[in-house]
Write a protein that binds this ligand. Structure first.
Ligand SMILES: [Zn+2]
Ligand SMILES: [Zn+2]
Length: 909
């Protein structure tokens, strides 16, 4: 069997992705049933929104998941990677509302039931697109266990948790001020409100004293809400107002009387030091109003139009009302002045409408506040403890500080949303007694009076409520005996972006600990942020967003995956560039060509290949060396991937394949392969073994390419019960020495290692001299080597054929201490002595030196320029951190280049 001349990613990807799924290889507990209870590895996917379209963040996330999951599966773990999607309440509702708008309709035209049916229909048609895109990436999820947050089982988990929280008094209902989107007509959590910097105005308005003794001027950014004022507040230490405290003011335009009160939260420097207090329309005023028992007068309705409490202004929009009120105040001579004022407007993260603080009945979960009675503690407390105790560990560890910081300053979580798409709150109000009954299934009667006329709450739960249960609701909980829950919970690892630590990770911790009394995952790996080649964040407005599907088409999925893994340095941003992608594609081609070379040399040898164990005594130094390098790669790849140091794991595999195997061993193998007989047979067997093992090692990074090659190699593999496909083949392993971190030197002792390293370094030195004096790359030339220590020379003599092969030398004489350097040769020192090669006829030293000197000058000029920039404090204060880092890297690189050029100049003499 032979491999095609070049690798065609497209056909290989489609073929293998489908075959692996058809064969059920990714089904947990089926192919690799392990009797060992400790050998379970489980992970749940961060469920993408049903509205989702694959972006680079997903591609990175899924790649890193798949590297770990495929490795664990091949290592014989009972491995589960559970996929699924999130109903994404407000996001999905908005998508379908936009569709309706095109037909000239709103959701109210359809009514709740028909609208929800329409969203389900949308979900059936489009909701799996994102999962198909994950399959294209090679994601080895157990597709038979796909879940959706609105599945019946998951909905049951939602209701169960809600009821338990209610019973523990960890859920309460309260009239409170919340962020309200007047367009979406729903409450929003703080996290769903974006801040937009803008320049508004500060209006200075005179409020006359009721007794006619003058007035107080207040400064406000929102004159239209003054109709809901219930006090004017000043700082108790502000002497300007000490005489006014307790007096009454007449609220302009309404005639209502309001008191002047003192509260230490008032900033004396803001405006006039006197502020209007509008508890129904401002968060700070809401708290202040509670402290002073002020009335809450809501003057806006749910569409942000002026309500009946706004008197003559009823029915106006916020903007119209503001204009009218300002004009009316001016007419009454109550407007003192208007100043420009910078402020951060809250806007809805889904639809960009200005958010209104709104007074309404909402449901809250006690993440922070103590319940009024009972033994339960607020949800954040155990979640903080679990990370402090190390039950759950973040990688990189510094994210734990972010987590603690947020959890320690958390507010109670507003869990109700006035949407139609989502889990409807399982609370029922009795028409007879007005009490609330909370139940998993619709109750037949009121728990308080037995009345049968019950109306379910209209609100649905915040979409993150169900996502918070994802690690166990997907495994069969609340049935504690569900086999999946018993086997796979708690999960082993969570991989996610830092942007949802609060939205999701923190809430999973809280809900997991509440519902199951165990942490939902042992490790949390926070993925790096992907930036473009200039270190800039990828945003639509910059136009630098990379579409993963497009680069998968261009470079092949394996190359994209390898690049993302290779660039995932813990705690650093990931800088993606075409160069890196092209390098990964070149790497894929290098492997393909090496495999083709090996397979071509196996023609007709199928029955000759021996297991390595059988030919152990016949191996050459080079054979033993490559096998020991393979051991090292296996050991390091597993260790680093196990610590989620994906970049190092990828580097280890890359180094072994590119340098040790392709550059060195395969070159050395050519001669014994030509020699025929026993020598050829041994080399063939070693090549088969190395290729087989490296494909297994590389499979988690590049599943398609490796499977494609491995299928062709498979008939030569000498293993009992060799797997039908690489996806479920056994992962390479190194015998344990019993001492952590210490490998057994299975193949080479120290002396052997040294001998090989000397040959390689001599060859490398020869090759850099070759390019310095511009020998034709294919030319066979003469060389010499001199060792400072005569013992080294004796040993080297045994193995010098390696250095000759790799350095393409016609001869290689070993000079003794006393022998002079031969004429017409150029020398370079190396660790154990010096190496020389002949100089080509007519080589112009002066010209070569001049060339190098010119390069060196250029490098130094560049270096100086970069160093000056870096040293300039003005530049460093202004430039963004990426640019500063780029300059620092330039300096490092230029210094290195300068050193190399100086060495070369010295060599030329
Ligand atoms: Zn909105
Ligand atoms: Zn009742």
């Amino acid at each position: 069997m032979e491999l095609a001349k070049t690798f065609d990613p497209k056909t290989a990807e489609d073929r293998w992705a489908q075959l692996w799924i058809d064969r059920g290889y990714f089904k947990a507990g089926s192919t690799n049933d392990s009797p060992d209870r400790d050998k379970v590895f489980s992970i749940v996917i961060p469920p993408p929104n049903v509205t989702g379209q694959l972006h680079l963040g997903h591609a990175l996330n899924v790649t890193l998941h798949d590297v770990i999951v495929r490795m664990r599966r091949m290592q014989g773990y009972n491995t589960l990677w559970l996929p699924g999607t999130d109903h994404a309440g407000i996001a999905t509702q908005n998508v379908v509302e936009r569709e309706l708008a095109k037909e000239g309709m709103t959701r109210h035209d359809l009514g709740r039931e028909a609208f929800v049916a329409r969203v389900w229909q949308w979900r059936e048609t489009y909701g799996r697109k994102i999962l198909q895109q994950l399959q294209r990436l090679g994601a080895s999820c157990d597709w038979s266990r796909e879940r959706f947050t609105l599945d019946p089982g998951l909905s049951r988990a939602v209701n169960t948790v809600f009821v338990r929280l209610w019973d523990e008094k960890l859920i309460y209902r309260e009239r409170a001020l919340i962020n309200w989107c007047p367009r979406c007509e729903t409450a929003l959590s703080d996290l769903e409100v974006d801040r937009r910097e803008t320049t508004g105005s500060l209006w200075y308005i005179r409020y006359p004293f009721a007794d006619g003794s003058g007035s107080i001027t207040v400064a406000t950014t929102r004159p239209e809400t003054m109709l809901g004022d219930t006090a004017v507040a000043v700082n108790p230490d502000d002497e300007r107002y000490s005489d006014s405290l307790g007096k009454l003011l007449t609220l302009p335009l309404t005639g209502r009387e309001i008191p002047v009160i003192a509260d230490s939260s008032v900033a004396r420097e803001f405006g006039t030091g006197a502020v209007k207090v509008t508890p129904a329309h401002d968060f700070a005023d809401f708290d202040l109003g509670r402290r002073h028992n002020l009335a809450q007068i809501s003057v806006l309705d749910t569409h942000a139009r002026m309500s009946e409490n706004a008197g003559a202004y009823q029915g106006l929009t916020r903007e119209e009302a503001r204009k009218r009120i300002v004009a009316d105040l001016e007419a009454l001579d109550l407007l003192e002045k208007i100043d420009p004022h910078k402020l951060a407007l809250g806007v809805c993260s889904r639809c960009d409408t200005i958010v209104e603080p709104m007074l309404s009945f909402q449901w809250f979960a006690r993440t922070q506040s103590e319940p009024p009675s009972g033994d339960a503690e607020p949800l954040a407390k155990p979640a903080i403890r679990a990370v402090r105790n190390g039950d759950t560990t973040f990688h990189p560890k510094f994210w734990e500080n972010t987590y603690f910081n947020w959890m320690e300053h958390i507010h109670d979580w507003c869990i109700s949303r006035q949407l139609w798409w989502g889990h409807r709150i399982p609370a029922y109000t009795c028409a007879r007694c007005g009490e609330i009954t909370v139940a998993i299934d619709r109750p037949g009667q009121c728990a308080h009076c037995g009345g049968a006329d019950l109306k379910q709450e209209d609100d649905v739960l915040d979409t993150w409520f169900s996502s918070a249960l994802w690690p166990f609701s997907t495994l069969g909980w609340p049935d504690e005996d569900a086999p999946d829950f018993k086997t796979y919970y708690p999960t082993s690892l969570l991989i996610t972006g830092f942007d949802i630590i609060f939205f999701w990770v923190a809430r999973m911790m809280m809900m997991g600990l509440f519902a199951t009394e165990r942490v939902p995952f042992k490790d949390v790996y926070i993925t790096p942020l992907v930036r473009d080649q200039f270190g800039k964040k990828m945003t639509k407005s910059r136009g630098n967003v990379v579409d993963p599907l497009e680069i998968m088409d261009r470079y092949g999925t394996d190359a994209v995956r390898f690049t993302l893994a290779q660039l995932s340095v813990q705690g650093r941003d990931l800088i993606l560039s075409d160069d890196r992608l092209a390098a990964s594609r070149a790497f894929a081609n290098k492997i393909w060509n090496a495999a083709r070379f090996v397979l071509m040399n196996l023609e007709g040898a199928e029955s000759d290949i021996r297991p390595i164990a059988e030919i152990k005594d016949q191996l050459t130094l080079a054979d033993n060396w490559i096998l020991s390098k393979l051991d090292q790669a296996v050991d390091e790849m597993q260790r680093y991937a196990g610590k989620y140091q994906f970049n190092v794991a990828a580097l280890v595999v890359h180094r072994f394949i590119w340098h040790e195997l392709c550059d060195w061993y395969i070159e050395l193998a050519k001669e014994p392969l030509r020699a025929g007989g026993e020598e050829q047979l041994i080399t063939r067997s070693v090549l088969v073994h190395c290729l087989d093992q490296l494909l297994r090692l590389l499979h988690p990074f590049m599943p398609f390419l490796t499977e494609e090659i491995w299928q062709t190699l498979r008939p030569y593999i000498r293993e009992l019960n060799v797997a039908p496909h690489l996806a479920i083949a056994q992962f390479p392993s190194v015998p344990d020495s019993g001492v952590i971190g210490l490998r057994l030197p299975r193949w080479l002792d120290n002396d052997g290692q040294q001998s090989m390293v000397k040959s390689l370094i001599v060859a490398e030195t020869v090759n850099s001299l070759r390019s310095l004096v511009s020998h034709h790359p294919g030319a066979r030339i003469n060389g010499v080597v001199r060792f400072s220590n005569p013992d080294d020379a004796a040993d080297f003599g045994t193995w010098k054929s390696y250095a000759m092969t790799l350095g393409k030398l016609a001869s290689l004489n070993i000079l003794s201490d006393s022998q002079p350097r031969p004429a017409a040769m150029i020398f370079s020192p190396f660790e154990w002595g010096e190496v020389g090669i002949e100089v080509p006829d007519g080589f112009d030293y002066d010209k070569a030196r001049a060339n190098l000197k010119k390069k060196l000058d250029e490098t130094e000029t560049h270096l100086q320029r970069n160093e000056q920039r870096y040293a300039n404090p003005g530049f460093r204060a202004k430039a963004d951190p990426e640019t500063v880092e780029e300059i620092a890297n330039n300096i490092e690189r230029l210094k290195q280049e300068g050193k190399t050029l100086e060495n070369q100049l010295a060599t030329l003499g």
